[in-house]
Design a protein around this ligand. Structure first.
Ligand code: ZN
Length: 203
């Protein structure tokens, strides 16, 4: 499986990092070795002094497709969950300044903690989903999918023009504002519609 992620899909987050709001989705990938499941602890790597949390809604692709039209894109995911797109912001910044790819800042081991997944049919409106992240019981990020710049269907249609989506692939759909640094000893809890789906420690 692969993880495809979108940067800058909430306008307020683009602004907080001084990035323009994009006209087309900004896409990057993480390898399968980035997945961290079952609320296992995240071991802070020593190559970065600034690992940021980014809480995101994650789609699980349910069947193979390429050149998927936006109209039918909803048929390609059945389940959603929560994930954290850990980002080595210091490395990302250095790479951005040099005009280099940010791969190492995004794709490192365990940089994609994910929750269990739930049938999308249990949510009455996919475009009015509240989600938030707490660090040590303080809310640091809060989002609602009504503020997405590119809808889930638009992302699937866009990505599948370039990259074949396969069953089990995950799409990280972007983070709302409030990203910030994690440190050893922090406890991260992620909620989707007030249901706690993520609960793990930074070690
Ligand atoms: Zn992200």
């Amino acid at each position: 499986m692969k993880i495809i992620a979108v940067g800058r899909n909430y306008a307020e987050h683009a602004k907080e990092l001084n990035n323009p709001v994009p006209a087309v989705p900004v896409i990057f990938m993480k390898p399968d070795t980035a997945v961290l499941k079952d609320n296992k602890p995240f071991y802070h790597p020593d190559f970065s002094q600034e690992i940021h949390h980014e809480i995101e809604i994650v789609l699980k692709i349910s069947k193979e497709g390429k050149h998927i039209s936006e109209k039918f894109a909803g048929n390609y995911f059945e389940e959603i969950g929560l994930g954290v797109d850990f980002t080595a912001r210091d490395l990302q910044q250095q790479h951005k300044e040099k005009g280099l790819p940010w791969e190492l800042a995004k794709a490192f081991d365990n940089s994609a903690p994910i929750s269990n997944f739930f049938s999308k049919s249990q949510f009455s409106d996919l475009y009015n989903l509240n989600f938030h992240l707490e660090v040590n019981d303080q809310t640091v990020q809060k989002g609602n999918t009504k503020d997405l710049i590119f809808s889930f269907e638009r992302l699937i249609a866009f990505i599948s023009q370039y990259i074949t989506l396969k069953k089990g692939d995950l799409i990280f759909t972007g983070t709302p504002h409030g990203v910030g640094r994690v440190k050893i000893g922090d406890r991260l809890t992620g909620y989707l519609e007030n249901e706690k789906l993520l609960d793990f420690e930074i070690k």
